[in-house]
Design a protein around this ligand. Sequence first.
Ligand code: CA
Length: 369
Amino acid sequence: MSDTIKSAEAFQLAWKPGSSRLANSGWVRVETEGGTIGYGEVSPMLGGEHSIDIINRYIAPMIVGADPLDHAVLYDRALHRLVKLGPEGAVTGALAGVDIALWDIKGKLLGEPIYKLLGGAWRTELPFYSSIGGNQDTTVEETLARVERRWRNEQPSAIKIRLDGDRTRQDHDLPGDIAKVKAVRALVGPDLPLAFDANNQYSISGAMRVGRVLEDLGYAWFEEPVQHYHVHAMGEVAQRLSITVSAGEQTYTTQALVDLIRSGVRMVQPDIVKMGGITGLMQCAAICFAHGVEFVPHQTQPGIGHMANLHVLSTVMHMTKPAEYADDTGRTDIAFTHPIGPENGRFRLTSRPGLGLDINEDEIARRRV
Ligand code: CA
């Protein structure tokens, strides 16, 4: 069982030939002296370049020679050495990727899936919602066509429509946004749970106007109505509306998560590749349980981040919303020898050790940047 870390490296994967490096994924590969290999994933923002650099330059030399089972100590030691780089974003994304890789190794060394090591799963089949982005500058018809395709193909338990607009604009097209949320409700009928993600595009008053329409339409939640850095404004909107207001995908520390909850937000969405990895997300789950707040992690990556997220979600007693499914590009089929995409409206966890992924090593080697 006793083993030590032989190497740790982070690298970009290019999914499409000639694609922008900013669209690549950032992966972490850790190997032990005993030959066990663990994979992790960093935040995909700007192709993960900054987190990759932090791992290769600083974190890898800190952890080589250490026991991979000491992952939580290694995490906090690295965090506190790098904290003055700013513990929000690139550093926490790097730490998250390393944490996930070390949990993968831990599971493989102990011969158990990660969810067993976290205390066991309440469920190994998980419902999901289709997360459909890029709807700020579309027509109503274009948004409806996207929703209809994903709804029919994926059999989701819910659907979320994201604006993904230009963050320097505010309340850019409230009538157009309202027309889209009404049209989507009319398309899917009254029963399918729907969510709307403003991606931080509104003022408080704009958020109130759209939020009241969402309430009338029976939407299940209203995501990031105002700028994430306006924590108190987010809380004000959450407290004034009766619809559940969610935020937290741009929250990078447990301390900031508590501040968000204290502001009045009652559904939070930390992201496993942006903050904390598996260790940190379990801490977030405990914070949410202690506060009686819904814990609904954000997750947009199709492979390793996705699987790490499912392991954590499976252990949550009150899973009040489905898992996010944002990336339907089929990238998972390239990277893994066993497909991990949804089947019959569910994601499934197996009892294979660690993350339970079979990496297609030849394909990964070919796509490394
Ligand atoms: Ca979002």
